[in-house]
Design a binder for this molecule. Structure first.
Ligand code: TMP
Length: 210
């Protein structure tokens, strides 16, 4: 395995997808081989699991069911997409990975970080990104726009308290994690956020190339 695995993380509405578009353009311009993917989802099975997870009708989903479904989607994703791409030496650009489960299910839902780590370690055999970019922005600044008038998916509709817990959870995990996580000031304009991301991505690619 000699590819590079890069994950974009952060609260709902923190601008990950917008910046991902720009990173993709940058990779194409620079002829860097990559795949772009996301969680939950990224495979046919994973996208079906995503629908189950985010459907507003599924209000009665138990927290444990939710955690297992995210882990199941991730497992399929790792086997079918991520590992093969890394084995071919490609860069994997992924919106969200295990840190989302630790923050949303482990802390947001109160299931416990260690238990979420355990089910995920079973699902993905301990795989971790080489670089995680954390989009740092208070969800109170972004959610109102997304969930106003009943819009937004099941998770986005959870309410400000839940999303604050998730955000605080992320910040706690940043302090505790030993992996490479770079904090991106996501309050800046698009160009500013993009430049911060590219700075860290280039450093990681150079380091991996040795
Ligand atoms: P997205 O809107 O960023 O595509 O993600 C869908 C929702 O799923 C978002 O509210 C975050 C949530 N989520 C979790 O709760 N746990 C996870 O492990 C992942 C990957 C996402």
């Amino acid at each position: 395995m000699d590819g590079v695995f890069i994950a974009l993380e952060g609260p709902d509405g923190s601008g990950k997808s917008t910046i991902m578009e720009k990173i993709v353009e940058y990779f194409k311009m620079n002829h860097i081989e990559f795949i772009r993917t996301r969680e939950p989802g990224g495979t046919k099975i994973g996208e079906e699991i995503r629908d189950l997870l985010l459907m507003k009708d599924n209000q009665n989903m138990a927290a444990e069911t939710e955690a297992l479904l995210y882990a199941a989607s991730r497992s399929q994703h790792m086997h079918e997409e991520i590992m093969p791409a890394l084995d071919m030496g490609k860069v994997v650009l992924c919106e969200r990975f295990i840190l989302s489960s630790l923050a949303y299910q482990g802390i947001g839902r109160g299931l416990g970080v260690d238990r979420i780590k355990q089910i995920n370690d079973f699902a993905i055999h301990g795989l971790r990104p080489d670089l995680t970019l954390f989009f740092d922005i208070d969800p109170r600044r972004t959610l109102i726009r997304k969930v106003g008038n009943g819009r937004g998916d099941r998770l986005e509709q959870e309410g400000v308290e839940f999303h604050n817990r998730v955000y605080d959870g992320y910040r706690r995990l940043l302090r505790e994690c030993t992996e490479t996580i770079e904090v991106i000031d996501a309050t800046q304009d698009i160009e500013g956020v993009f430049n911060q991301c590219i700075y860290h991505i280039e450093n990681t690619l150079e380091y991996k190339e040795g």
